[in-house]
Design a protein around this ligand. Sequence first.
Ligand code: ZN
Length: 405
Amino acid sequence: MLRQFVGLISPKVKSLKLLYSFIRKFGPVRIKELSEMTGYKHATCSRLVDELVQAELIQDSGLGESSGGRKPLMYVINPDAHYLIGVEITNLYTTVLLLDAQLTIIGAEKLKMDSQCTGRYTLDFVSRCVDELLAKQSIPREKLLGIGIGVLSPIDQERGVIIQPHLFTSDGWEDLNIVDYLSQKNNTIVFLENGTNLAALAEYRINYWKETDNLVFVSNDMGIRSSMIFQGRLITNQNEMADAFGHMIIDVHGPRCSCGSYGCLQAFSSLPAIRNEVIRRLKRGHDSFLQEKVGAVEEVDFFHILEALEREDTLVLDVVKEAAYYFGIGLSNLIFLLRPDIVICGGTLVPKPLFYEAASETALNRVKHYSNSNVRMYRSTTAYNIVAQGAGCMVLDSFTEENLP
Ligand SMILES: [Zn+2]
């Protein structure tokens, strides 16, 4: 029935679609609540819900608590009604997930990207995984709704291609229309979207959907990226500016950034900026456990820095604290501008000591100026599959919500 939710639909199918969406968002939920939320009469709601049950799209969760009489029915979506494939392609790994309709990971495959991973080789691997993952779980092909793909490199959505394929160790990505190639091979619909947007979408749908419809997701790794859900819609554009947050100027007298400007957040808080500052201080003779770790200071890499951070090395702690302070200033600027209810921080440093605590403290201290602001900050889900989960979610959303391309 989900396939009938797309395109020009009758008022009745529209109502079914709306109810399915409410149950997906608020489930386990009773008919009484659904009737209040939709404004449909109790009897109408009951009849429509019954139709969704008959189509096996929703089911009773069995969670209703009886207050003496019969146990009330509490509906949730049926996770087994449809399945999704979520893919993340990066220059390090390609991840393929099989997800059920509740976005639970049913199966996963990973490909380490090396010199043999040309565009076609990688997409053939994805197609093979689709067959194998479905077969392993004995899921019939008709239950697959489609394939979603997330990439962190810039993409041209219209042509379905990755714009900066030089980041990959192998070639064969230029002019390869990922969307067409995969949809022909797998005979299903395929969507391509920016990875940061998909991480925001997955966090929203899986963890925060019931709480808010306005959230911001930021991540700090080699680059600093942001994405936003506004009034329940993922904000996307064709301009590929996911890393623009990193080029917000924090100090006009600051260090030169890779973009040519001075004092961008990227030049203070990103992993390369932290590494540069650690090396600068080592060269000045500051004490650190890193001195025993490497021969020449230039050999210091991100793994050394993360290890030093875990060991509470004073030099690295100082540098990370400063980077986090600037990141917090950047975050507060973002909060003032976008006024989200929730900010989710992701990236390599977030699960490590100090960075997240210092950054969120700085941001929240600045926001305190507005006493009625109740913005909350959270760490991103530590699972590494959040982008691929978001990619699968995008496919389901294309049938049930009306907020995606
Ligand atoms: Zn910059």
